[in-house]
Ligand binder design. Structure first.
Ligand code: TRP
Ligand code: SF4
Length: 326
């Protein structure tokens, strides 16, 4: 039987960090064993919030895709491509726009929130309101049956399903309603104790070398009540402990016990975490080096991906045009 298809996308934000790895990418890598995978750099989506300065979109795509492959996405098993290279998404976006009620978009929880939060970006625009319709087109054009996403994207996926239903109701049933594959996003805070985010400048990047990682890990905020190394600690308030849960689940029980007893100091505890992080990143760095030693490889992967994606997308669009008699 043919494998089921998944599609997912990431905005091209440049180099990826540990939050991206554990929040999405590691799951994308796993899904390759079971699904026919399409992974997209969503550059048109980036445009909806960052239209004022588009100068870095191209280089950000490249940096991001290097990390995708370094972390284990395999060009032989996954179709990796850039959204704007497959113009069919834009045509389907336009078609879906014709029957998507504005009220569906206005009530999307991400919409009002972001218009408020990103005031200086002036995203009170037609394009930003329609962002979820573009996302629906991205998914429906591949007739993906599942979409791996984090919780924040669930409203967009629900909207995609509603749009597919509405299309199928007016026309022949050619669109597939996709399911969400919810990725549980673990809590990994940045070096300053806030959410890990590029804009806060508090990230550990997949490309950071040992020394940089060491410096960043030592700056993590731990239990503020521990003054001396043998003070009993409270791992539940410590970001280092959260990292243990994700990176070395086998050591969590022991670390917790030693922390509470005060038999391990924070410096030692961080050193151990650093060791695990270096081990995690080593194969990623090796692969990255290999990629950097083959110039043109990323462009080639993306061009091959574009061709495959376009084949599938244009086939769907042909059917859509036929059932709509357009
Ligand atoms: N909106 C998604 C995000 O900001 C990115 C995205 C674009 C996407 N198109 C998609 C995700 C299609 C899943 C499916 O993270
Ligand atoms: Fe955190 Fe480890 Fe220090 Fe406990 S010993 S407070 S878990 S760094």
């Amino acid at each position: 039987m043919a494998k089921k298809r998944v599609l997912s996308g990431m905005r091209p934000s440049g180099k990826l960090h540990l939050g991206n790895l554990f929040g999405a990418l590691a799951n994308w890598v796993k899904l390759q064993d079971e699904y026919d995978c399409y992974y997209m750099a969503a550059d048109w989506h980036a445009l909806t919030t960052d239209y004022k300065d588009t100068s870095e979109i191209k280089s950000n795509i490249k940096d991001m895709v290097i990390d995708w492959i370094a972390a284990g996405l395999d060009p032989d098993r996954s179709v990796m491509f850039v959204q704007s290279g497959v113009r069919e998404h834009a045509e389907l976006h336009l078609i879906l726009s014709s029957f998507t009620p504005i009220a569906w978009l206005e009530r999307c929880p991400t919409y009002k929130e972001q218009v408020q939060q990103l005031k200086d970006k002036e995203i009170n625009t037609y394009g930003f309101l329609g962002y979820p319709v573009l996302q629906a087109a991205d998914i429906l054009i591949y007739r993906a049956s599942a979409v791996p996403v984090g919780e924040d994207q669930l409203p967009h996926l629900e909207l995609t399903r509603e749009i597919a239903r509405r299309f199928n109701h007016f026309n022949k049933k050619v669109l597939v309603e996709p399911k969400a594959l919810l990725t549980k996003v673990p809590k990994l805070l940045g070096t300053d104790g806030r959410k890990m985010s590029k804009s806060y400048n508090n990230c550990i990047y997949l490309s950071d070398d040992e020394k940089v990682v060491k410096k960043k890990v030592s700056s993590f905020i731990t239990d503020p009540k521990r003054i001396r190394a043998d003070d009993p600690g409270h791992p539940e308030v410590c970001s280092v402990y959260d990292y243990y849960k994700v990176l070395c689940p086998g050591e969590v029980v022991e670390i917790e016990r030693e922390c509470r007893k005060g038999s391990i100091g924070c410096v030692q505890c961080k050193n151990r975490l650093w060791d695990s992080m270096v081990k995690l990143l080593k194969p990623i760095h090796e692969k990255r080096k290999e990629l950097e030693g083959s110039p043109g490889i990323i462009d080639k992967v993306l061009e091959e991906g574009r061709q495959k994606a376009q084949e599938t997308a244009s086939e769907t669009l042909r059917e859509i045009r036929a059932v709509m008699r357009i």
